[in-house]
Ligand binder design. Structure first.
Ligand code: PDD
Length: 284
């Protein structure tokens, strides 16, 4: 059965969904998006995703008010529930010609689809595979706090990662480590968690924000500080976090092993704390 997608008020078969060639999302990537995980048909951290969507829309001055949760819940239901991620994109709408100037009467285009995902926290902690990452120069713009669809720099570094047998590219700007191409970065030094402190240069991740809250609730020290490449390489543990991949231990950075190249103790603990948090979704 063909997956259903949502487009401008309708739930339709994916191959029936069409947008105009003058849609500004298509022409200019004049649009923002969110990716929300659902486990067994239930959304995880929905409030944080919706708040970030509102912030992204406000930051680029798109006025779109919808019952987002109703749209994504219904779409997940139509696609059979289970473990799915919802991709939700809002573009500024369809212009009548290819002009960069904004016509304020345009109606935003709203599109959503689902993808099946692995339940990031269902695996036994021993069976989660660590990953290899490469470090690349960050060629993105200076407002990476906005979840914009201008993803060409991310796509290019991910291709570099793939060619080098790595699963993520970490982005570096002026010797400051920022985040992954589609994930946040966290490091561990002497039992303390350190996250990058760059306000507009990274996305405020929903997963890393949960990690921060769980650290606070469990007596684990958490700081936001500047992380250089040499500090990254010297860290005891390095993690990446995202809604679709959960929390993954990084075991190799470029040609260097992280610590002794095995999954760290604090990662094991945090992974289990996240798994408990996620399980609480199903308890009522
Ligand atoms: N990406 N940083 C970037 C650049 C991202 O694209 C993402 C998420 C994150 C992590 O945010 P969160 O924990 O809220 O998922 C950080 C999504 C999953 C994506 O683009 O598919």
């Amino acid at each position: 059965m063909m997956d259903k997608v949502y487009l401008n008020g309708e739930f339709i078969a994916a191959d029936q969904a069409k947008i105009s060639v003058f849609d500004r999302g298509f022409l200019f990537a004049d649009s923002v998006y969110e990716v929300v995980p659902y486990y067994q048909g239930k959304s995880f951290q929905m409030e944080l995703h919706l708040r970030r969507l509102q912030q992204s829309l406000a930051a680029i001055n798109i006025r779109a008010e919808h019952n987002w949760r109703k749209i994504t819940d219904r779409l997940v239901e139509l696609n059979g529930g289970g473990d799915l991620s919802v991709y939700l994109q809002v573009t500024r709408g369809v212009g009548n010609r290819r002009s960069q100037a904004i016509d304020t009467n345009m109606l935003p285009t709203v599109f959503a689809c689902t993808h099946s995902i692995e339940n990031s926290y269902s695996a036994n902690v021993d069976s989660v595979a660590g990953i290899k990452v490469i470090v690349c120069e960050d060629l993105r713009w200076r407002r990476c706090d906005i979840k914009s669809n201008s993803l060409l720099p991310n796509i290019l570094v991910m291709e570099q990662a793939r060619l080098q047998g790595a699963q993520e590219a970490l982005l570096q700007r002026d010797d400051t480590m920022l985040e992954g191409a589609s994930s946040n970065l966290l490091i561990v030094e002497n039992g303390k968690l350190i996250a990058p402190d760059s306000e507009h240069a990274i996305l405020a991740g929903t997963t890393s924000s949960l990690v921060r809250d769980l650290a606070a609730a469990n007596g684990i020290q958490y700081r936001q500080q500047s992380i250089s490449y040499s500090r990254l390489l010297a860290a005891d543990e390095v993690w990446i976090s995202s809604s679709t991949r959960g929390l993954l231990p990084v075991l190799q950075i470029d040609q260097y092993l992280v610590g002794t190249g095995i999954k760290g103790q604090l990662w094991r603990r945090m992974y289990q704390l996240l798994a408990v948090q996620q399980q609480s979704l199903f308890e009522n």
